[in-house]
Ligand binder design. Structure first.
Ligand code: HXC
Ligand code: NAP
Length: 262
């Protein structure tokens, strides 16, 4: 019997990188997994990969900025796999730009994917969440608590997500639903890192700024999520939990400013 056998897991943005790592972990632990993202090819490939692990898996192309699409995906997930035990809101957008270079539409894009998208996922999931017992994760970042050059939009968005986490933990705690943010530091070989540290020569400097002197791995993140989803963490809610090698203590990727300034 595997740890999450029979549980239903829904992951927004679960078709690549960190979120797919989380989906893979739950699939390997016996869960039924449903993933969404915009690109239907990524959805198809992720579902195939999860099924190859032996899991019941499905997915749908959906943009978290559009409530009707999110609602349809959650309804399909619940119809196929039953009530949702574990909900992960991980879809996000990021690019590196100084605030004065970010247009209204650029700022809006990130706020809508990250903050509005997280609200959409939690709101549309609510009728399908197992009560009591469901566990909700929002994927945050060090930017949610420390300022970073070229990341004003992401800092605002992730801070917003963390306040949604705390607010929903407060409102849903009495229903037996736990809500936490997981805040990964720089995770190797991900889209997020490619966008923040585009020059391979800067990776060494980035690693040196991390107290534990290494980038994180997909497993670092999914092991934390797995623990928090288990009964061992049944008294943890409303928390923003870093898995970042201490990045939040020393958030100064100095080279990022150089990419911005040429
Ligand atoms: C300034 C930019 C920009 C840039 C895009 N924009 N890139 N502005 N500098 N480098 C502006 C565009 O000019 C446009 O504004 C607006 O953003 C919307 O761009 P679109 O391409 O039309 O939007 P869309 O197709 O919806 O794409 C959203 C996106 C895109 C966020 C811009 O990058 C995306 O889809 N990202 C998803 C994948 C992703 O980002 N993965 C990494 C997540 S990692 P105008 O005014 O011209 O119309 C992450 C890491 C956090 O979040 C922490 C790590 C430690
Ligand atoms: P990624 O591979 O680009 O993952 C982002 C996912 O979200 C993709 O599946 C993407 O697929 C989907 N997505 C983007 N916009 C969407 C939208 N509007 N609607 C639905 N899905 C959408 O990036 P990642 O680096 O692994 O990041 C994953 C999460 O971890 C994000 O929340 C990010 O902020 C967080 N994080 C990352 C790092 C890091 O080091 N990488 C550090 C801290 C936090 P489509 O393109 O198909 O939509």
């Amino acid at each position: 019997m595997t740890t999450f056998a029979g549980k239903t897991v829904f992951v927004s943005g679960g078709t690549s990188g960190i979120n797919l790592g989380i989906a893979r972990h739950f699939a390997g632990e016996g869960a039924k997994v449903f993933v969404i993202s915009r690109d239907p090819n990524k959805v198809g490939a992720a579902v195939e990969e999860l099924r190859a692990l032996g899991a019941e898996a499905d997915g749908m192309s959906a943009d978290v900025r559009h409530y009707d699409q999110v609602e349809a995906a959650l309804a399909d997930c619940a119809a196929k796999f039953g009530q949702i035990d574990i909900l992960v809101s991980g879809a996000a957008g990021n690019f590196l730009a100084r605030a004065e270079k970010i247009s209204s539409n650029g700022f809006r894009a990130v706020m809508e994917i990250d903050v509005l998208g997280t609200h959409h996922v939690m709101h549309a999931a609510f009728p399908h969440l197992k009560k009591p017992g469901a566990v909700v994760f929002n994927i945050s970042a060090p930017q949610g608590s420390v300022a970073m050059v070229g990341q004003s939009h992401v800092c605002a968005a992730k801070a917003g997500i963390d306040m949604l986490t705390r607010s929903l933990a407060l409102e849903w705690g009495p229903l037996g639903i736990r809500v936490n943010s997981v805040s990964p530091g720089p995770i190797a070989d991900t889209e997020g890192q490619k966008r923040l540290v585009p020059d391979p020569k800067a990776v060494e400097e980035r690693v040196n700024s991390i107290p534990l002197k290494r980038m994180g791995t997909l497993d670092d993140v999914s092991e934390l999520v797995s623990f928090l989803a288990s009964d061992k963490a049944s008294y943890i809610t409303g928390a923003v939990i870093p898995v970042d090698g201490g990045t939040t203590l020393n958030p100064t990727p100095t080279r990022m400013a150089q990419f911005l300034d040429g």
